[in-house]
Design a binder for this molecule. Structure first.
Ligand SMILES: NC(=O)C1=CN([C@@H]2O[C@H](COP(=O)(O)OP(=O)(O)OC[C@H]3O[C@@H](n4cnc5c(N)ncnc54)[C@H](O)[C@@H]3O)[C@@H](O)[C@H]2O)[C@@H](O)CC1
Ligand SMILES: [K+]
Length: 507
């Protein structure tokens, strides 16, 4: 494999994604240094790395068909075809007729034909194809795929060939992850830098395994002006060692130094119980589970301290988790908790109550000027209610939606779903890359809220955005231990799986 290609999934090291505008700036900066040849040196490297990756993925050298579009993404496909042909592989290319070509693509086409590549203008799939390369559209795609390219994607939708996308699956929006009709690919080789749209929204569903070719450059030292978006991976769990009081005081600590969590339960007692258990297993020293009904019986969790909803007043310096299973209880205790919590994790029905009650919304907004930080954990529907829009608007641009909520309420926001976005006012967001649909079971959100509360209680001065990114990565990493496919992960099992991932210090 070329030294400039790295596999990014699963993510185990710090990595950033940058938007299309920044990629274009980087491209002209790089081309400025290497201008002259056609196809451009960048296209040459992109096509060469694509051929190298395909060779590694297709060791039996089964027949490959490359769909090339009208722009430079298609040019990458043509360069790839030329290299594979020169290596003696069975290659064919589709290129729509009568398109106006970029200069680089025209040069790449001439070189490919000269090397003996067969170019078809008929989009119908050849029967023998075992690997399909999607080089129809890259970062130049504007909106959903239309015209001849959409028809081509449609023709291939049911074909059993394995698929490699160049730069990104055609039709996926590189900035937002909005789906514009992309084929679901097995692998994606992205160029120069990873893009945010690969990681959130429809991205993970259509990209398959994600690979990065930096196109031959060395150190990534020039990204500061590119406003990179950090990607959260498995490595973030080890960040916790720097924060955890247990790792800093391995022998001398006691429960009073491990942080106190106050989980305010609601009508659905199980939800509060899950959050409280998660807080406990995350390492918090004491966890109180409060509810309006004093008759809670907890045969399985005698470690939890039962309390009443006004119990926060007796021990005010606790991290409060509220909203899980809250139901339609009175908003009065909720308002009191939102106002008083030293640190607040607000989830589920707590968010719905804020969306519907302007007084609660104002109370929440007032926390930030008082230096009381909050983490909100909406799923897309709750996010839509907070923003007063519909879910599809949230999902079309999850980064923008999470940022809007963060700015509106001056809080850290975890917008859950595929590629959870962790936003914070006036900062670039993070995107989480761990986890998959095994987490799509009832109660896993309660576990996340409780785990975040537990971590935060242990490290009360920690940066809430970084801390939320750690907790979300941890939650997803537990799911990654379960094979993708049909196996679910119940919320109770999830807590145990998260516990098993506690990092160990070397002392
Ligand atoms: N940015 C870089 O540094 C590099 C870019 N390269 C490649 O160049 C690509 C970008 O090339 P381009 O800017 O030419 O853009 P694309 O090749 O992504 O697409 C542009 C073409 O697609 C058409 N188009 C746009 N939206 C469409 C839609 N929704 N439905 C149907 N047709 C649509 C446009 O009319 C235009 O002809 C990258 O994705 C990458 O693959 C590589 O050559 C190497 C380096
Ligand atoms: K593509």
């Amino acid at each position: 494999m070329s030294a400039s290609i790295r596999r990014l999934t699963p993510l185990h090291a710090p990595e950033a994604a940058v938007g299309v505008q920044a990629i274009r700036a980087l491209e002209s900066q790089r081309l400025g240094a290497e201008r002259g040849a056609s196809p451009s040196p960048l296209m040459e490297r992109a096509g060469w790395d694509a051929a190298r990756l395909l060779r590694a993925l297709n060791p039996a050298r089964e027949p490959v068909h490359i769909l090339c579009g009208p722009g430079n993404n298609g040019g990458d496909g043509l360069v790839c075809a030329r290299h594979l042909r020169q290596m003696g592989d069975d290659i064919s290319v589709y290129l729509p007729e009568s398109v106006s070509r970029t200069a680089d693509q025209a040069a790449a086409l001439a070189a490919a034909i000269q090397a003996g590549v067969t170019v078809f203008t008929n989009p119908s799939p050849p029967k023998t194809t075992r690997w399909l390369v999607d080089a129809l559209l890259g970062i130049g795609a504007q909106g959903p795929v239309h015209g001849a390219l959409a028809e081509t994607l449609h023709l291939w939708a049911q074909h059993p060939a394995r698929r490699l996308a160049l730069d990104l699956p055609s039709g996926l929006d590189a900035d937002s992850g909005a789906d514009g009709g992309a084929l679901r690919c097995d692998h994606t080789l992205t160029f120069l830098r990873s893009k945010p749209g690969l990681w959130t929204g429809a991205g993970r569903g259509v990209c398959g395994e994600i690979w990065l070719s930096t196109l031959g450059e060395g150190l990534i030292s020039d990204d500061a002006p590119l406003a990179p978006i950090q990607l959260g991976g498995h490595h973030l769990i080890t960040d916790w060692l720097q924060w955890s009081p247990r790792s800093r005081q391995p022998h001398t600590s006691h429960k009073g130094r491990q942080g106190d969590v106050f989980v305010a339960g609601g009508e659905l007692l199980g939800a509060g119980l899950l959050a409280a258990q998660a807080a406990l297993w995350s390492g918090a020293g004491r966890v109180r589970l409060a509810s309006a009904q004093n008759s809670l019986v907890l045969p399985h969790s005698p470690e939890l301290i039962l309390d009443a909803l006004d119990g926060l007043d007796r021990h005010p310096n606790q991290t409060v988790v509220v909203g899980c299973g809250w139901g339609n209880q009175s908003s009065q205790p909720l308002e009191h908790l939102i106002e008083r919590a030293a640190r607040l994790v607000l989830d589920a029905d707590g968010l719905n109550a804020v969306a519907h009650n302007p007084n609660l919304a104002q109370t929440l907004r007032s926390r930030s000027p008082l230096a009381r930080a909050s983490i909100l954990t909406p799923h897309p529907l709750e996010a839509a209610r907070l923003l007063g829009c519909d879910v599809s608007t949230v999902q079309r641009d999850r980064l923008a939606a999470a940022q809007a909520i963060a700015e509106q309420f001056r809080c850290t926001v975890v917008l859950k779903g595929s590629g959870s976005v962790i936003a914070h006012p006036n900062r670039q967001p993070w995107i989480n890359t761990t986890g998959h649909n095994a987490l799509a079971t009832a109660g896993t959100g309660d576990v996340l809220a409780g785990w975040l509360g537990g971590l935060w209680a242990q490290s009360p001065t920690g940066d809430p955005q970084h801390l939320a990114a750690i907790g979300v990565a941890w939650h997803g990493a537990a799911a990654d231990a379960v094979p993708t496919g049909s196996a679910p992960l119940t919320a109770t099992e999830l807590i145990k799986a998260m516990y098993a991932l506690h990092p160990h210090s070397m002392i």
